[in-house]
Structure formats: structure tokens, C-alpha cells
Ligand binder design. Structure first.
Ligand code: SF4
Length: 113
């Protein structure tokens, strides 16, 4: 499983809490469908026999790869992590939100990462 950290905005748009996003490297996908078994709302197999991420019921296959990141609902996060852990192609990439900047009285710091 590959996890990266990013600063972004959640599916509700700018100003909302940053959420988890996921994408698949189709060049590495074996097409076994294990991700679909674990999180059918987030992953799908298309006619080419390769897995793609899904957002709001729509497969993001254009362009695919890192150009097609899907927001993950909080309810699906655990299943997505499980899918990434068992993915035989090791091609499911999860982008986690970066910790918020914490301001304290008289000093500015970052939350531990
Ligand atoms: S589990 Fe991984 S290798 Fe298997 S279909 Fe899903 S993305 Fe492809």
C-alpha cells in the first residue's frame, strides 16, 4: 500500500475538511478485482479488464492513473485501505490529508506528522 500526504479540500469544496483520495496505476493492475470485492462503491472493473476508481457512481477512466483521483467517503475509508493492503499489483495509491496547522498563543507550529 502506498500512502502519500497532501493538502486539499474535501468533496464538499473549498474550505471544507480535507479528505482522503485514491487512484490506481492501471499499468500495474492485474485485473483480479479484489479491490472491487472490498470497496465496490470506490473501485470498478471496466471492459478492458482493469480497475478504475469511482466517484459518485462514475468511473474515472479518463485519463485514469494519477490524473483520476476519487474522493473517498469517510464510510469507505477503511475498505479502501484494506483493498490497498491486499492489492497484488500494489497499484492503489491513497492520498491522506496533511495535518492541520496548529496555532498556539504566541507561537505557530505544525501538528506532528
Ligand atoms: S486489487 Fe489491485 S491489481 Fe487487483 S484489480 Fe484492484 S487495483 Fe487491480
Amino acid at each position: 500500500m502506498r500512502v502519500t500526504s497532501t493538502l486539499g479540500h474535501g468533496p464538499q469544496g473549498r474550505g471544507s475538511v480535507a479528505g482522503v483520495r485514491v487512484w490506481i496505476d492501471q499499468d500495474l493492475c492485474t485485473g483480479d478485482g479484489l479491490c472491487v470485492d472490498h470497496a465496490p462503491d470506490v473501485f470498478t472493473l471496466l471492459d478492458d479488464g482493469i480497475a478504475y476508481v469511482v466517484e459518485a457512481g462514475v468511473a474515472l477512466n479518463d485519463p485514469g492513473g494519477s490524473g483520476s483521483l476519487a474522493w473517498v467517503t469517510p464510510r469507505a475509508e477503511h475498505s479502501v485501505v484494506q483493498a490497498a493492503e491486499i492489492c497484488p499489483g500494489e497499484c492503489i495509491f491513497i492520498e491522506m490529508p496533511r495535518p492541520e496547522i496548529v496555532e498556539t498563543s504566541g507561537a505557530t507550529g505544525r501538528a506532528p506528522s
